[in-house]
Structures are given as C-alpha cells and as structure tokens.
Design a protein around this ligand. Structure first.
Ligand code: UGA
Length: 439
C-alpha cells in the first residue's frame, strides 16, 4: 500500500515523514516547486524539532520522495493507494470563515488524476468547516467513481509535531465504508497496537472533533486570562489561583497558564471559522461564547502594551524596548498571528524603538515586520533598554542570569508576558518585575 500526501506545510511534511517512518512508501506533493526541491534535498523550510532528521533518514531509506506533478504522483501511487490531503485552510480576508480554495482544488486535481485507476481512498486531514467532507465526497463521486473519501483530522502541536503524529492521544476517522475503515486501520496499525484510542465515526462528527478540541483549548486559555484580568483589578495573583485550581483533577494544569494568550495558525482562525460555520447552520448562539474567548485573548495583547507604557513612565515615545520572543510559541519559528509580534508592532507604532530577538523566528519576523529592529541575542536586544518584554517562553530566556542582564539595560524593568520567568530571582537581582495577572 502506497501513501501520498498532498500539501507539504507543517502538517503534510510531518505526516509524510512519519508515515514513511511507520514503514510505508510515501510521496509528498506540493504546488510550490522550490519547496519540493528543498524537501527532496532533505531540507525542512521551517523549524520543527526532530523533523529534518526524520525526513533525511526516510529519504535515505528510499521510502520518501516529493514531486509537484500530479500525474507522476498518481502513476507512482497506482491502484489501492491512500492519498492524504493536508493543505491549509486559512482565514478568509475580511471574514471569519475558512478559505476552502486549497482544499477544494487539491481534491479536484487528485480526483482527476486517479479517475482512470481502480479503487483509491482520498483522506482529508485539513481542518475544515463541518459539512465539507460530505460536499467533497459528492464532487469526487462525479469526478472519480472508483475513489472514496474519508476524514481523519490531525491534532499535532507545532514544536511536538513528530511525537504527536507517532504517539497521538487519539485517532479519529470519519468513514462511509468498512473498506475505508480497514484501510485506515492498516495505516495506523502500529499505533493501534500501542493502544492509541481510535474513534470511528461519520464525516460531520470527525470534522467537529477537530474544531471543538481547538475551541476547548482556547476556552481554557481565555478562562485563566479572564481570571488574570479580575486578579489585576482585585490585587490577587493569577499564578497562585491557577495552581490552586489545577490540583482539582477535573480542571488540571494544562493550557491553564495565564499570559499573553494564544496565537498561531490554528486556534485563532479555527474558533472564528467555527463561529462562521455555526452561523450558516443557524446555531450561532451555541458558539457566541467563542467571540468572548477571542476578545479576552486579544485584550491580553492590549494590556501588555499598556503595562509596557506604564513601566515607561506613561509614554513609549522615544523609549527603547527589548522584546524577547517573536514566535507564537516556543520551539517553533512560526509567526502567524504571533501575540509577541503584535505587541512589538503596537509599541513601535507608539513611538518606541523596539528590538526583537527570538532563537528561531527572527528571520521570519524581519520579513513580516521590517520596521522593527532585530538582534542576534537576548543580551544584544536588551542593550540600553528602558524595559524588557518577555513574550515567548523559550528556555533560553529562563536560563538568563538577571544579574548579568542588569549591566546591559538603561532601566531594570521587565514584563513577563508568559509568567514563565523566576519572579523571585529577577526581583532579588534588583529588577522591577511585572507580569500579567499578578500584583
Ligand atoms: C494547536 C492544538 O494544540 C493542536 O492540538 C492542533 O492540532 C493544532 O492547534 C492545529 O489545529 O493544527 P498549536 O497551534 O501548535 O496547536 O499550538 P498550542 O500548543 O495549542 O498553542 C497555541 C497557543 O496557545 C500558543 O500561542 C501558546 O502560547 C498559547 N497557550 C498555550 C497559552 O497562552 N497558554 C497555555 O496555557 C497554553
């Protein structure tokens, strides 16, 4: 059984490399010819721990190849192949809804190229509005009657992509036939043998599992950030509050870290697309709370800018601000909807000179925000700073010695936007340490 993967972004490259690691012969396809050339040469065009090594290993083992030619892919795959569609569903410009152009095009082209073959299974992995799989299945039935559609959402986290693919919390498959279920069980046989739970369901449920999981995570983050707002007003400490809550196993500690909130290419756009879809289904009231979740999240960015201004004696004009972190989270160079850069850009617009340092995302940030300054180290960014903002919680920042950083800055003021630094250590080194949701 051969496997193809259409779309080689975060999801696609990881899926392709991991399916090869499970022992399958895999071919990845992308319309971006340069990306295909880079991948074929063993280069992953983004930072994801462990992925490049795995990619090279699988290419060397002869199990993994890449192309941008659909005809080549279909001929290589042959009858009985499994095709995973992993293309993106970004937020539409000026709307909450997801842009389905890439998913639709990928399925259409794939269906045309396998139409003359015997049976094949076309599996959607992209995050899509509920109802998509069924709509696509109708279209595929017209274009390639021998092809069947299944939906298999992906739950990997950036920064842990390889681990999450090979050791997922669960597998979810939306299928319409026993044959499709059997095919997917074969693909994931090794994971199933390790007792990874499998939920076999219909199309809409499979699609909904994905967006509701991301919505739930967003709710948890915004819940604790809403508590942070209340703590700020009441003089309470949200970190102690979160700790006390987390001892209740029904609540738990994960995704309950207060701070600058969520960003990235998934959570923000997924909750918005989910609201848009609920509106189309006439159940917008059911998801009205997600609007509040989004609003709480965005207010954390504004609050961080306000805190920076407060620390700079009421005006950011002419101040030097160091920003530690540009990626939307650590262990990633992804800056899509990055809270850190959003804050950095707003502070810059208020007249401050902002210098950003990130261990991996500086190059991406520079392209997107050319008016900010960039440094090659945290220390260099802190040079003559009036305030330091810690906005992405890389280990590298936690390892810094507050006493050593003190010699670098103009004012010993630090704002911990991620509640991740050792407050006591910074304070005892003479810093004014401020964090979101804490006195
Ligand atoms: C998220 C989900 O966690 C994955 O399960 C899902 O597969 C993925 O989206 C997707 O839809 O593709 P990811 O975007 O990689 O994964 O990042 P997360 O680890 O979920 O973090 C999202 C954001 O929440 C980050 O900006 C992070 O800093 C923030 N966050 C996380 C908090 O502000 N507080 C927390 O306690 C946890």
């Amino acid at each position: 059984m051969r496997i193809t993967v259409i779309g080689t972004g975060y999801l696609g490259v990881t899926h392709a490399a991991c399916m090869a690691a499970l022992g399958f012969e895999v071919m990845g396809l992308d319309v971006d010819v340069e990306k295909v050339a880079a991948l074929a040469a063993g280069h992953v065009p983004f930072y994801e721990p462990g992925l490049e090594d795995l990619l090279r290993e699988q290419i060397a083992a002869g199990r993994l190849s890449f192309t941008s030619d659909h005809a080549e892919l279909a001929a290589w795959a042959g009858e009985g192949a499994l095709h995973f569609v992993c293309v993106g569903t970004p937020q539409k410009k000026g709307e909450y809804a997801a842009d389905m152009t890439y998913v639709d095009a990928a399925f259409e082209t794939l269906a045309r190229s396998v139409a003359h073959q015997g049976r094949s299974l076309l599996i959607g992995k992209s995050t899509v509005p509920v109802g998509t799989a069924s709509r696509i299945a109708d279209r595929i039935a017209e274009l390639a009657p021998n092809a069947e559609v299944a939906w298999n959402p992906e739950f990997l986290r950036e920064g842990h992509a390889v681990h999450d693919t090979l050791h997922p919390d669960r597998l979810v498959v939306g299928v319409r036939s026993e044959q499709a279920e059997a095919d997917l069980r074969r693909v994931y046989a090794r994971l199933l043998a390790e007792n990874v739970p499998l939920v076999v369901t219909d199309f809409p449920t499979a699609e909904l599992v994905k967006v509701s999981a991301n919505s739930f995570l967003a709710v948890k983050i915004s819940f604790i950030n809403a508590m942070a707002e209340v703590c700020e007003a009441a003089g309470a400490d949200v970190m102690q509050l979160a700790e006390a809550l987390s001892h209740d196993p029904r609540i738990g500690h994960r995704f309950l870290v207060p701070g600058l909130g969520f960003g990235g290419g998934c959570l923000p756009k997924d909750i918005r697309a989910f609201m848009a879809r609920a509106g189309e289904l006439g159940v917008d009231q059911a998801l009205a709370f997600l609007k509040e979740v989004d609003a709480i999240n965005m207010r954390r960015r504004v609050r961080t800018v306000d805190l920076a201004r407060e620390q700079c004696d009421g005006s950011l004009l002419g101040k030097r601000v160091a920003v530690w972190g540009a990626a939307f989270k650590p262990e990633s160079d992804d800056i899509r909807d990055s809270p850190a850069l959003n804050v950095a850009a707003s502070i810059n617009l208020q007249g401050a000179q902002v210098t950003v340092y990130d261990p991996k995302a500086t190059d991406n940030a520079r392209k997107m925000y050319p008016t900010l300054s960039y440094a090659d180290s945290a220390m260099e960014a802190a040079d003559q700073a009036d305030v330091i903002l810690h906005l992405t919680e890389w280990q590298e920042f936690r390892d810094l010695d507050p006493v050593a950083v003190r010699t670098q800055v103009r004012q010993t003021r630090i704002i911990d936007g991620r509640n991740a630094l050792d407050a006591t250590a910074w304070r005892s080194a003479g810093w004014t340490y401020r964090a979101l949701g804490r006195p």
